[in-house]
Design a protein around this ligand. Structure first.
Ligand code: NAD
Ligand code: UGA
Length: 315
C-alpha cells in the first residue's frame, strides 16, 4: 500500500555526511522535494537547485519549525558515528545523538509531522553473538556510542507509542556501510587508500573480527522504500546478510586494487565487537528489500571512486 506522505517533502538530517549525501543526491535526482540540514557545508555533487534545499545549522539549537513545514517524512541521520572515540567524547555523543533526537521528536509532534525514520546501528547488539542478529534479540551495547544509538531509537519508538501520538517512527539498524564517500575513519576507506598509495594500515586485533558490510547504494534504496511504504513503527535491520573477516576483506581489496596495503596489527580497541551479521528476514518481509550489491562489486565501485578522487585532489 502506498504511503500518503510520499508526495510531501522529505527532511534529511546529516545531509552532508557519508550516507546523507548519497541519500539526498538519490532523492533529488529522482525528482523528490528534499530539504537537507547539516552543521557542515553540503557535500560536493549535491547541487540540485530545483529539488534540494541545503541548510547549514546545528540541530542542537536551530529553529526546527520552519524546516518541518510541509514535510511528510524526516530521515534522521545526523549523529556522531564513530564507535572507538565514544569513550572520550561522551558528552558530545549524548548531545548530538540523543538530545538532538529528542528535540526533533518534540518538533515533529508540534508540527504534526507524520513519520520519522532514524538511523540506528548494529552496534546495539553488542559482542558475544556469533550468528544472525535478529531484531528480537536483547540489545547489549558494548560502547558508549552504541548506548546513545539504542537510547535514541528507543526514544523514537516511545514517542510513536505515546497515547494519542500521530507520529510513526521507524528505526533502521544499519550494519557497517561502505561505498563512495565513506567516512575517512572507517576501515574500507582506509584500506583502499592504503592499497592505492602503498601506505600502512593498522588492523585492530588479529584480523578474525567479522563484519556484515552493506553497500551505501543499497542503504539508500532501503531508506527510500521506508519513505514510500506504509510500514508501521518498529525496528528493522539493514545489512547484507553475509559477513567477512577483516583478513578476507584485505585480500579482496588487494586483488581488486592490484596492490596489497602494508598491514600492521595493533591491539583490539575498546568497544569494537568481534562479529556482526544481520538477520534480514523482517526487513525482507516488511519492505520487500534485500541488499543487491555483492561485496566484490561494491569494493570495485569504491576503488574506482577513490581513484577518481585521487586523480583530481590529494585525498
Ligand atoms: P557522517 O558523520 O558522515 O554523517 C553524519 C552527519 O551528521 C555529519 O555530516 C555531521 O556533520 C552531522 N551532524 C552531527 N551532529 C550534528 C548536529 N548537532 N547538527 C547538525 N548536523 C550534525 O556519518 P554516516 O556514516 O553518514 O552515518 C550516518 C548515520 O548512520 C549516523 O546516525 C550513524 O550513527 C548511523 N550509522 C552509520 C553506519 C556506517 O557504517 N556509516 C552504521 C550504522 C549506523
Ligand atoms: C561502523 C560505523 O562507524 C558505526 O557508525 C556503525 O554503528 C557500525 O559500523 C555498525 O555496524 O553499526 P565499525 O564496524 O567499527 O563501525 O566500522 P569500521 O570503522 O569500518 O571498522 C570495521 C572493523 O575494522 C572494526 O573491527 C575495526 O576495529 C576495524 N578497523 C577499523 C581497523 O582494524 N582499522 C582501522 O583503521 C579502522
Amino acid at each position: 500500500m502506498a504511503n500518503p506522505q510520499v508526495a510531501r517533502r522529505i527532511l534529511v538530517t546529516g545531509s552532508a555526511g557519508f550516507i546523507g549525501s548519497n541519500l539526498v543526491r538519490h532523492l533529488a535526482a529522482a525528482g523528490r522535494q528534499v530539504v537537507g540540514i547539516d552543521r557542515r557545508e553540503p557535500a560536493p555533487g549535491t547541487d540540485f537547485p530545483d529539488h534540494l534545499r541545503q541548510v547549514v545549522g546545528d540541530l542542537r539549537s536551530v529553529d526546527l519549525a520552519p524546516l518541518l513545514e510541509g514535510v511528510g517524512t524526516v530521515v534522521h541521520l545526523a549523529a556522531i558515528p564513530g564507535v572507538r572515540p565514544s569513550w572520550r567524547d561522551f558528552d558530545d555523543y549524548v548531545e548530538c545523538n540523543l538530545l538532538v533526537t529528542r528535540r526533533l521528536l518534540e518538533a515533529c509532534t508540534t508540527a504534526g509531522t507524520p513519520r520519522l525514520v532514524i538511523a540506528s546501528s548494529s552496534s546495539v547488539y553488542g559482542d558475544g553473538v556469533r550468528g544472525p542478529m535478529a531484531e528480537t534479540r536483547s540489545p547489549a551495547p558494548a560502547s558508549p556510542y552504541a548506548v546513545t544509538k539504542l537510547a535514541a531509537e528507543q526514544l523514537a519508538l516511545a514517542y510513536a507509542h505515546r497515547p494519542g501520538s500521530r507520529l510513526s517512527t521507524v528505526a533502521l539498524r544499519f550494519f557497517t556501510v561502505y561505498g563512495p564517500g565513506q567516512r575517512p575513519d572507517m576501515l574500507i576507506s582506509r584500506l583502499i587508500r592504503a592499497a592505492l598509495t602503498g601506505d600502512e594500515i593498522e588492523i585492530y586485533g588479529d584480523g578474525t573480527a567479522r563484519r556484515d558490510f552493506i553497500y551505501v547504494g543499497d542503504v539508500v534504496e532501503a531508506i527510500t522504500r521506508v519513505v514510500d511504504a506504509n510500514v508501521g513503527s518498529g525496528v528493522f535491520n539493514l545489512g547484507s546478510g553475509g559477513n567477512v573477516s577483516l583478513t578476507e576483506l584485505i585480500s579482496q581489496v588487494s586483488e581488486l586494487a592490484e596492490r596489497a596495503p602494508r598491514v600492521v596489527h595493533r591491539d583490539r580497541k575498546a568497544g569494537d565487537v568481534g562479529f556482526t551479521l544481520a538477520d534480514t528476514g523482517r526487513t525482507a518481509t516488511a519492505l520487500g528489500f534485500r541488499a543487491a550489491t555483492t561485496l566484490v562489486e561494491g569494493l570495485r565501485l569504491s576503488i574506482e571512486a577513490q581513484r577518481a578522487r585521487m586523480a583530481t585532489t590529494s585525498a
